[in-house]
Write a protein that binds this ligand. Structure first.
Ligand SMILES: [Zn+2]
Length: 104
């Protein structure tokens, strides 16, 4: 799939929510962010039914720049949130979330 529309979508999100801060965007779209610890060390997850981003504290603990990693995790998981209406397959959605996070 070509995500050529992605830059435009992100520009719209930034304009509509008045910020490019992914933490603020999450708050404005009603996505909660929670911090947990689990193994293996995957970075984060997005739960669609509860609109919740789960961040793995273990991943942050071993990161050289935890603040930057945390922002990147939120951006990626927010990509999964904005992918909901696109009804992509699992692999395509993962690609979308990665490309989304690159923009933020
Ligand atoms: Zn993902």
């Amino acid at each position: 799939m070509d995500f050529g529309f992605l830059q435009h979508l992100c520009d719209e999100i930034i304009r509509d929510y008045g910020t490019r801060d992914v933490f603020l965007i999450a708050e404005k779209v009603g996505v909660s962010i929670i911090y947990e610890s689990w193994h293996p060390v995957t970075f984060g997850e997005f739960e669609k039914n509860t609109k919740t981003i789960r961040i793995n504290r273990n991943a942050l603990a071993s990161a050289a720049n935890a603040e930057d990693l945390e922002r990147k995790i939120v951006a990626h998981e927010l990509g999964h949130f904005f992918a909901i209406d696109l009804k992509l397959g699992r692999k395509e959605e993962e690609k979308f979330a990665r490309a989304f996070a690159e923009i933020f």
